[in-house]
Design a protein around this ligand. Sequence first.
Ligand code: FAD
Length: 607
Amino acid sequence: MSEIRYQYDVVVVGAGHAGTEAALAAARLGAKTALLTTNLDTVAQMSCNPAIGGIAKGQIVREIDAMGGVMGQAIDATGIQFRLLNRRKGPAMHSPRAQADKKAYQWWVKLAVEDQENLDLRQEIVSDLLTEEVDGKQRIVGVSVHGGVVFAAPRVVLTTGTFLSAIMHVGETKTPGGRGGEGTSSGISAALKRLGFRLDRFKTGTPARINYNSIDFDQTELQPGDDEPQPFSFLTEKLSGEQMPCHITYTNEKVHDLIRDNLHRAPMYSGEIDSRGPRYCPSIEDKVVRFTDKDRHQLFLEPEGHNTREVYVNGISTSLPRDVQDEMFKLIPGLERAQIMRYGYAVEYDYCPPDQLWPSLQTKEVAGLYFAGQINGTTGYEEAGAQGLMAGINAALEGRGEEPLVLGREQAYIGVLIDDLVTCGVDEPYRMFTSRAEHRLMLRQDNADRRLTPLAQDRGLITPERWQAFSAKQQQIDTALQTLQSKRHQGTLLSDWLRRPDSSWEQMCEWAPTLCDASAEAALQVTYDLRYEGYIARQQVEVERQKRLSYKRIPESFDFSRLTQMRNEAREKLGRIRPTTVAQAERISGITPSDIALLLVYLDGRM
Ligand code: FAD
């Protein structure tokens, strides 16, 4: 029987949050792309919390949107509760978050994929990675799927999430699978090991889902959405869908006693799981052990959509056995009669330590092979979507013979994310925080389009509609700034008035009525530009210093073992991570200024 073979420019494996953004981006750039995934009914499925955004993650979604990705539009179209978090703090901390109608979200993304030109979505289980040796180096040439069919492509993006050699745990019970009700992917782990990749293991967990009708809401606190919800996408003018409230309840000492009594049955404590989980998103058993001074933990009851009664119990992720989960709910106010629809569980899976990647997300080991999402040791839909977007862009750009698009730490949270991953690796599941970004006043959620849309336009990533909307807003900002810098009130320039924290845009409009023509978004940009001018100028000085080091490139073929005068530890680290610029080398933990000075001497040919 002759082999069935399909030819593509880019093949993306896995249609989760990373895979869908990767495939859409590659196809938008004109690459003939295949998106292969185990099950078409789980495209862009939210494995855990039915929510998008949150602190630092909301900023990432705005950046994905500013570059033409779909996550922002998908949540705007299907969100059921929108809130701007940290509203009382400064603008660098403002972070949009929304609850999603989980199924509607998936269908929205699936339709976007189906409608995308140059993109074929196929239900296939990928079982092997195909490579050839070219000039002594492995190069990807495609993948094979169950049934022996080959999808040939010079570029492959792997986004298999939590599915590599995955095992799910509920108490003493272990089942192979990367997500409740689904299987695992063992062929890819074996292929990666064969190709010389290091693999490691992480774990994550999820709480039970319960039936809305079985909750006594009188015993809970109401948490409504914002009165004037803010969209995620720069293309959405107004959110129209009906908002649903969330509710809050708490654990108590009785629940904690029950957990303590059954710790020996929790896989994390019985020794069944020894891989690391996300520290900032601990299971309830971890919380009880680690925070002994707390007599209660907050739980959010989050509805999963308009057409389901399933409610996600945020804050009580667990892998305790079913009987303990049953008992636990009976002790929580409002949940005494809760009907559990899906039990909580933990999942252990393989990931590839991301210091094996170039900043383009291409692997160092195999040319043309890219990794994005949870396979890189991250956690979260937003982190996955961002990496998918960049890997898809870079796979397509490489196919066109163009330089990769690598965002700087001063340009985007996405730049911080990828630089952290490839420079420092991970020792626990990585999630984004505002504290990871040293230039966070520049990386605000409100200005993501001004930072990134022009870059995306240059690469042909966005639609004319987005570019027009952006240009119109920029025009309004420029006009308003000119007015403020030329008109005076009581002898003082309006721009100086607006710098004062107690002034308002409405006041400026009274003094210069043409300012009323600016949209609310443009007015906000002008206000922040003026009020934070001094801080931003100071950050810019540091950015320029870093840039000077970034321009100093280290050739891909540079032999770090030549640095014989360098400390062994530093030489070994640089040789393993193979930074591409001096600025990246400087950020590797344990690399000192004197190591950098020595590296510069070598790069300048002085040694
Ligand atoms: P996924 O969304 O997992 O998508 C991977 C896709 O690849 C799937 O569609 C799968 O079917 C497909 N695939 C796998 N193998 C193959 C193959 N061989 N061939 C073809 N297709 C394949 N994140 C948080 O931020 N907080 C949490 O608390 C949290 N808890 C979680 C709990 C659980 C139980 C799980 C499973 C995940 C949790 N996550 C959590 C993580 C979050 O779901 C992921 O970070 C995010 O979905 C990763 O996106 P991804 O695209 O990398 O992978």
